[in-house]
Design a protein around this ligand. Structure first.
Ligand code: FAD
Length: 326
């Protein structure tokens, strides 16, 4: 298995951080198997993305520049990537297991009669056999997976890969692919975008996250966390319990089934530290926990623990920081 295709998803006019990780994983795999990495970018900025993919290790970059691909549409994206997967003759399709990847992996695997292996962080190769590695049991162990199918779709766990060096002098071929979807196959149309996140900073890209859990006891408490996050130049996250309660939008969820983050500082406020939550903060550098329960499991992961009511700690910390930072 050495023909590798990476879906290099774009964010604005640049590659997403997940796409860069997928390319880094693909390049590592290619060096180990003697193969080469190809990429596919979609939408009006596909060519810019293709150049970036070449600078990140792709030797051939396929583009589909159709304006209908400007916004994410699952049907159109599956069709487009499937078209390129077939045309490229690749046997491995790699994509970030970010929100979009979670939507695409299973569908692309089904469409291509391929295996789907998700949350992949590493691989081994031996005698031309590829073994993919992913965390299991809420990150307490690693599982190794091989496939008997001739094709595999691999979802790369977010924040698990060191990025490849960006080489602007790298050369490669850009191949435009003709795929002209008709408007009729678009069954769901984006009508209006509503700002639902509390901040412009994506959780996955944030270097400081102030995250709240069930201990926050309601949506109003999150205003306090937001003030602190703004002061620190960070963003707000949440546990699943807080999202399920409707106190914050679900795209703020951190954890196994939410965003996998890697901030320099993660402040967990009123979060118990269930394994599914901790799975999302494995790569956080410093974790500060604020919790009334000294026995809360979050203290096992935290570098700094404050056993107290957040309603006392957060305003006091915010006032102190205002004096220092403003
Ligand atoms: C398949 C599956 C996937 C899941 N995926 C995720 C996921 O991605 N992310 C996730 O977060 N969870 C996930 N969960 C849910 C997870 O198991 C926990 O239920 C959830 O993380 C608990 O959220 P919490 O810590 O906010 O709430 P709780 O466990 O109820 O903890 C609340 C904490 O707040 C403290 N507290 C209470 N009052 C205060 C106060 N005034 N000041 C300070 N501290 C206070 C309490 O001592 C307690 O420790 C998943 C579960 C399953 C089964």
């Amino acid at each position: 298995m050495s023909r590798i295709l990476v879906f290099a998803n774009q964010q604005g006019d640049g590659l997403s951080s997940g796409a860069k990780e997928a390319l880094a994983f693909g390049s590592r795999l290619a060096s180990s198997t003697g193969g080469e990495v190809r990429s596919v970018t979609l939408g009006p900025f596909a060519e810019t993305g293709a150049k970036e993919a070449i600078a990140s290790g792709a030797s051939i970059a396929y583009t589909i520049s159709n304006p209908l691909l400007a916004e994410y549409d699952v049907e159109l994206f599956v069709n487009s990537i499937h078209t390129v997967f077939q045309q490229s003759g690749a046997d491995i399709l790699i994509l970030s297991f970010d929100k979009m990847g979670k939507d695409l992996v299973g569908r692309l695997a089904t469409r291509n009669c391929a295996s789907a292996i998700t949350e992949v962080v590493d691989f081994h190769t031996s005698n031309d056999k590829l073994t993919l590695v992913r965390p299991i049991y809420g990150d307490k162990a690693y599982g190794e997976y091989t496939t008997t199918r001739s094709k595999v779709v691999v979802g790369i766990r977010q924040k698990s890969q060191e990025l490849a060096e960006f080489d602007e002098t790298a050369t490669g071929e850009i191949i435009p692919v003709d795929y002209s979807p008709s408007e009729e196959i678009i069954v769901t149309k984006l009508v209006v975008k509503i700002q639902s996140a509390l901040s412009d900073i994506r959780l996955e890209d944030a270097s400081i996250i102030v995250s709240g859990g069930r201990g926050i006891e309601g949506a109003e408490g999150f205003n306090m966390l937001q003030t602190l996050a703004n002061l620190l130049g960070g963003t707000v996250g949440a546990s699943r319990a807080a999202c399920d309660a409707g106190w914050v939008p679900s795209n703020l969820q951190v954890g196994q089934t939410g965003a996998v983050v890697a901030p320099d500082l993660y402040i967990a406020v009123g979060i118990s530290g269930a394994s599914q939550h901790l799975a999302g903060i494995t790569n956080a550098k410093t974790v500060v926990a604020i919790n009334t329960d000294v026995e809360a499991p979050i203290y096992k992961r935290a570098n700094i623990g404050v056993v107290a009511d957040y309603k006392t700690v957060i305003p006091a910390l915010t006032e102190k920081l205002k004096k220092v930072l403003i």
